[in-house]
Design a protein around this ligand. Structure first.
Ligand code: FAD
Ligand code: UDP
Length: 406
C-alpha cells in the first residue's frame, strides 16, 4: 500500500478521488486503478484502512474486530469471487444463541428453540403447527407471525416477540419492534427448521488472515495512493449553485482547483454539508473488550442477551477466526444514541419515512454534480451488509470504467 501525506500530494496527478476505505471506497479504487488505469487518491479519516471491517490483534494476541463483529455471507457469487482475489477463506458458519435467563436457545428462533422453550412434546406440536401454517424450512418474520389470528400461533408469536425481539430491539434502537422499520426485524426471521446457522447464504466464511490484510491487498496497486488521518470535510471546499440553503453542489475544490474526475464519497452525507438541514439520526455502539485466561468462554460465536443485561450481544472472536490460543477475548456491544460525532461512530442509519426524507434533502444537493457519487452504508443512509456494498461498488466501477472507455 502506498501511503502519503495529504500536504505533499499533487492533486492534478489523480484521475479519481475516493473518500473512505471500507468496501465501498476500496473496491471502486481498485477497479478504477486496475481496469481504467486511473490514478486514484483515497482519503481516509481514520488511522487505518478497512472501514468497519478493520481487525487487529489485541494486547493478548487475539484477532479482534474494532467496529463490530463482521461475518461474510452472500448469495452474490460475483461479490464472493471478487474477494477471492484478495483472500483465502476460513469455512465458517455463524451461530448465535439467545441467552434466555441463563438457558441458551438458537437464534433465529427455530424448531430446536421451540423445544428448549416449551419442552420436547409441546415444542414438536408447535413445530407441526408452524409447518402447517407456513410450510417446512420456511422463514417467517415476527410481524407476519404476530398477524395470524390463530390461538396456538399467537402463543408462539407472543413468546418469540417477548423473549427474542422486544428487549433486544429496545436496547438496540431505543424503540419497540413495532416502531422500527419492518425490514430491520425481518433480518432475523423465525426459521421453521433445525438449521441453527444465523445465515443460510450459499457463500459464507471469514477471510483466512483477517479483513485488514484483505483491504491492504486490495489497495496495494501502483495507481492507488492513500492519505490516512485525512478528513474530507476539512480538505474539500464546496461550491454551490447559489447562496440559498438548498442550492445544489456545483463543484468540489481540492487544494484550490475544482476536481473534475469521479469523486466517490462513502462518508455520511450530512457531515459533508456540515449538517445544514440538521444531523441525520443514527445509532451508535460502545464496545467493551474482556480477555480471559481460558480457551473459550462461550458456546457459540455470538450470544444475544434477549431478556437481560444492558448490552445486546457478546461475540467471542476465536469462534469466528478459528485462532488457537490459550486466552480468549470477548466483546460486549452497548447501543447508544448518536449525539457526539466527534467521539462516536454512526453505525446504523435509523430507517423510517421521516429520516429517509431528511436524507433525501442532502442527497438532492449532490444530484447536479455529474462527477460526484455517494456510495455505501453511510453515504446512502441504508442498512447494507458487506456483500451488497461490494455489489454496488462493482456496479459503479463498471459504469465509471465504461465511461472512461475501459
Ligand atoms: P464503512 O465500512 O463504514 O467505511 C466508510 C469509511 O469512510 C470509514 O473508513 C470511515 O472512516 C471513512 N470516512 C467517513 N467519513 C469520512 C470523511 N469525512 N473523510 C474521510 N473518510 C471518511 N455486514 C455483513 O455483511 N456482515 C456482518 O457480520 C456485519 N456486521 C456488522 C456489525 C456492525 C456492528 C455494523 C455496524 C455493521 C455490520 N455489517 C456487517 C455491515 C458492514 O459494516 C457494512 O456493510 C460495511 O461497513 C459498509 O462498507 P462501507 O464502505 O459502505 O462503509
Ligand atoms: N433482533 C432481535 N433479537 C435478536 C436478534 C435480532 O430483536 O436476538 C432484531 C433487532 O431489532 C436487531 C434486528 O433484529 O436490530 C437485526 O438483527 P441483526 O442481527 O441482523 O443486526 P446486526 O447484526 O446488523 O446488528
Amino acid at each position: 500500500m502506498q501511503l502519503c501525506d495529504f500536504k505533499d500530494i499533487d492533486i492534478s496527478a489523480y484521475g479519481a478521488l475516493v473518500v473512505g476505505s471500507g468496501f465501498a471506497g476500496s473496491v471502486v479504487a481498485r477497479e478504477l486503478a486496475e481496469r481504467a488505469d486511473m490514478r486514484v487518491l483515497v482519503i481516509e479519516k481514520r488511522t487505518h484502512v478497512g472501514g468497519n471491517m478493520y481487525d487487529e490483534h489485541d494486547e493478548s494476541g487475539i484477532l479482534v474486530h474494532r467496529y463490530g463483529p463482521h461475518i461474510f455471507h452472500t448469495n452474490d457469487k460475483r461479490a464472493f469471487d471478487y474477494l477471492q482475489r484478495f483472500t483465502g477463506w476460513r469455512d465458517y458458519s455463524h451461530e448465535v444463541l439467545a441467552d434466555w435467563y441463563g438457558t441458551y436457545m438458537p437464534v433465529p428462533f427455530n424448531k430446536n428453540s421451540l423445544e428448549i422453550a416449551f419442552g420436547q412434546e409441546q415444542g414438536q406440536a408447535y413445530s407441526e403447527k408452524l409447518v402447517e401454517a407456513f410450510g417446512d424450512e420456511r422463514k417467517v418474520t415476527i410481524n407476519e407471525l404476530r398477524s395470524r389470528q390463530d390461538l396456538e400461533l399467537a402463543k408462539i408469536a407472543d413468546f418469540v416477540y417477548e423473549n427474542v425481539f422486544l428487549h433486544y430491539t429496545l436496547k438496540q434502537w431505543g424503540l419497540t419492534p413495532e416502531e422500527v422499520d419492518p425490514s430491520v426485524t425481518a433480518r432475523v426471521p423465525v426459521f421453521i427448521s433445525r438449521d441453527n446457522r444465523y445465515f443460510q447464504d450459499a457463500y459464507q466464511g471469514m477471510p483466512a488472515s483477517g479483513y485488514t490484510p484483505l483491504f491492504e491487498g486490495m489497495l496495494a496497486h501502483e495507481n492507488i495512493d492513500i492519505c490516512l488521518s485525512t478528513d474530507a470535510t476539512s480538505v474539500f471546499e464546496l461550491e454551490f449553485e447559489s447562496d440559498e440553503e438548498n442550492a445544489p453542489l456545483s463543484a468540489v475544490y481540492v487544494k484550490g482547483s475544482a476536481f473534475l474526475g469521479p469523486i466517490i464519497y462513502t462518508g455520511p452525507l450530512d457531515e459533508l454539508f456540515l449538517s445544514r438541514f440538521g444531523r441525520l439520526p443514527y445509532r451508535s455502539l460502545d464496545f467493551v473488550y474482556e480477555t480471559y485466561a481460558e480457551q473459550y468462554l462461550l458456546p457459540a460465536g455470538t450470544v444475544n442477551y434477549t431478556v437481560t443485561e444492558d448490552y445486546t450481544r457478546i461475540t467471542e472472536f476465536k469462534h469466528l477466526t478459528g485462532q488457537i490460543a490459550a486466552t480468549t477475548t470477548i466483546m460486549k456491544e452497548y447501543p447508544r444514541p448518536y449525539d457526539d460525532p466527534k467521539r462516536q461512530i454512526p453505525y446504523y442509519a435509523i430507517i423510517n419515512d421521516q429520516n429517509n426524507a431528511h436524507y433525501g434533502r442532502y442527497r438532492r444537493m449532490t444530484d447536479n454534480l455529474g462527477n460526484f457519487y455517494p456510495l455505501g452504508r453511510l453515504a446512502e443512509y441504508r442498512y447494507y451488509n458487506m456483500d451488497v456494498i461490494i455489489g454496488r461498488a462493482l456496479d459503479l466501477a463498471d459504469k465509471l470504467c465504461a465511461s472512461a472507455g475501459a
